[in-house]
Write a protein that binds this ligand. Sequence first.
Ligand SMILES: [Zn+2]
Length: 190
Amino acid sequence: MRRALAILFDAAAALSLALCVAAVGFWVSSYSHRYTVGADDGNTEFTGVLSRGELGVRIQRAVTPDTSRERGGVELSSFRGPAGDLLREAMIACPGAHPPVIGFFFGRQLRAGVSRTIVALPMSFLVVLLVGPTLVMVRSRVRRRRRARRLAGGRCVGCGYDLRATPGTCPECGRESATVAVNSPLDVRP
Ligand SMILES: [Zn+2]
């Protein structure tokens, strides 16, 4: 069970790290390119845009859904184009909204039976949100690996001192038996 948890934890750490690296890559690249992804089911249109370090999401939907249209699923799209000023575009799309504050924007508008919501935030904010948990996970994984390596090698899990000649209490750091030491949140014994 603990082994399965450890594998799951490793997978989550790896995924989180990959997401982080991808986010930083797109963030840097967004200063020269504009990335757009979209989904449209006929009545609701979702668009996500990354450009010049700004991440924007727009949701546009018909207030009275057109039931005559065949709802044949969701149409997905993505493309890359030249970078542009996303916040300026958001202001034009929602003229009544409060101007952006340090890269954050929220706008909502209802016109001609279509409701439009635009949310924008700095990509740096998202990257910081991703980096925190990733660092914690990677650090924990490194610690767990080090602990297992030290235990296997007959060393103190606290300082790595060779305990093969002096089992019991570590003469270097005073830690008792290596097997008693609990270093990782995953090492909870039943
Ligand atoms: Zn020690």
